[in-house]
Design a protein around this ligand. Structure first.
Ligand code: MLT
Length: 403
């Protein structure tokens, strides 16, 4: 018996598990202290009424012999794939419903997609980044090169002709920095990928937070992207499905490498290893995309956007540099006094009870930065903003300092 030795190259634990453990230890030591959780990007508003009603109805169907359903199609029921196809039309992207695969979330598929690629590929990953891209490739022993995302490039690295890459990860709006690519900037990535026969894995989990004109909601807004990109998205952040679990992956028919259709390979993978998302959950997801559902989930996104604005305003008054928050639920701030991000995590928790995520957990370039999420509930955000003002207000020169 031999274990997968690549696991030895992973950090001791997954970033958000490590943060949860630190917070639990602090809470056990200081039971009297209020903890203001703005660390993991988990939603706090409940499911929309249209979603709940559809799931209740579906649960009743499952309890009736006449309407009961067993195994569904592994790639999702047509009613949901068609609803997702129609959602894409609202931002000018025209897909075939069969190009859409329903899943239990973007995180799973971002890891699972690697099944269709050889271990002997070079992977290009931005740094800082959502840790799942790095960890899943380390598990498979793939060679990773990093694209530096920093203040100089507005946290949006562009292709470098000198760097050879076979698989390229892009997350926009970005987790953790909140930076978002324009359609024009993505065009450069699509050209780079098509020129070298690479594949882009595009994580669009935060697309519903895009508010500025010209920024991309989907990589398929760029011509040529169907020939080189797989897109991952999720109902988690848009419709509050973090605990309900539903997402989708688009693998275009036109994506062919070494004469093989990646769409066919992914279908083969899914039909073998996955039995689909529960019927009840899929009915809920489809309801989130109905006209009524879209209006309801849109209101929730507006609440998170307002939270993000409040956090930005609180920071404006302190002189702490930050980015994000405009097209993203994440605010990416500079640790004061050049503090190490994990030291700042401890300092902030100790002094204010506010929990964020240390930038160093997202990669080398994240060191010296810190992420706050706007998914916290309104009251937590108000209290945290007050504490941030109190903590930073005294020690730091006042005035707006966007990074
Ligand atoms: C985050 O905080 O980065 C996200 O919640 C993680 C995730 O979506 O898996």
């Amino acid at each position: 018996m031999k274990i997968n030795q690549n696991y030895r190259n992973l950090r001791e634990s997954y970033l958000f598990s490590e943060i949860a453990r630190k917070v639990a230890a602090f809470a056990a030591k200081h039971p009297e202290r209020e903890i203001l959780k703005m660390g993991i990007g988990d939603v706090t508003l409940p499911l929309a009424p249209a979603v709940v009603a559809a799931m209740e109805e579906a649960a009743r169907e499952q309890g009736d012999k006449e309407t009961f359903r067993g195994y569904g199609p592994e790639q999702g029921y047509p009613f949901l794939r068609e609803a997702i196809r129609d959602y894409y039309k609202t931002f000018g992207v025209f897909l075939d419903a069969d190009e859409i695969f329903v899943s239990d979330g973007a995180k799973s598929d971002l890891g699972n997609i690697l099944d269709v690629f050889d271990a002997d590929n070079t992977v290009l990953i931005p740094d800082p980044v959502y840790p799942v891209y790095v960890d899943t490739n380390l598990m498979a022993g793939r060679k990773i090169v990093f694209a530096a995302a920093n203040e100089q490039n507005g946290f949006l690295p562009m292709p470098d002709e000198r760097v050879g890459a076979d698989i390229i990860y892009i997350c926009s709006p970005n987790n953790p920095t909140g930076a978002a690519y324009s359609v024009e900037q993505l065009r450069a990535w699509v050209e780079y990928a098509n020129e070298r026969g690479a594949v882009i894995l595009y994580d669009a989990a935060y697309e519903s937070f895009v508010s500025e004109e010209g920024l991309a909601r989907s990589i398929y807004e760029v011509e040529g992207a169907r020939e080189c990109a797989v897109e991952f998205c999720s109902f988690s952040k848009t419709a509050g499905f973090t605990g309900t679990r539903c997402g989708y992956t688009v693998v275009p028919f036109a994506l062919v490498r070494e004469g093989a259709s990646l769409h066919k390979m992914w279908l083969r993978r899914q039909t073998t290893k996955f039995n689909g998302v529960g019927y009840i959950v899929q009915r809920g997801a489809a309801a989130a995309l109905s006209a009524e559902g879209r209006a309801q989930i849109g209101r929730n996104v507006s609440v998170y956007r307002a939270n993000a604005r409040k956090i930005c305003e609180a920071l404006d008054g302190t002189g702490i540099g930050y980015t994000g928050g405009k097209n993203s639920p994440y605010i990416w701030l500079k640790c004061p006094k050049d503090l190490d991000s994990f030291a700042f995590f401890d300092h902030l928790l100790e002094r204010t009870g506010v929990v964020g995520t240390p930038g160093g957990g997202f990669g080398k370039n994240g060191e010296g930065y810190f992420r706050l999420t706007a998914f916290a509930d309104g009251e937590t955000v108000e209290k945290a903003c007050k504490k941030l003002r109190e903590l930073f207000g005294q020690s730091i020169e006042r005035g707006r300092r966007c990074i």
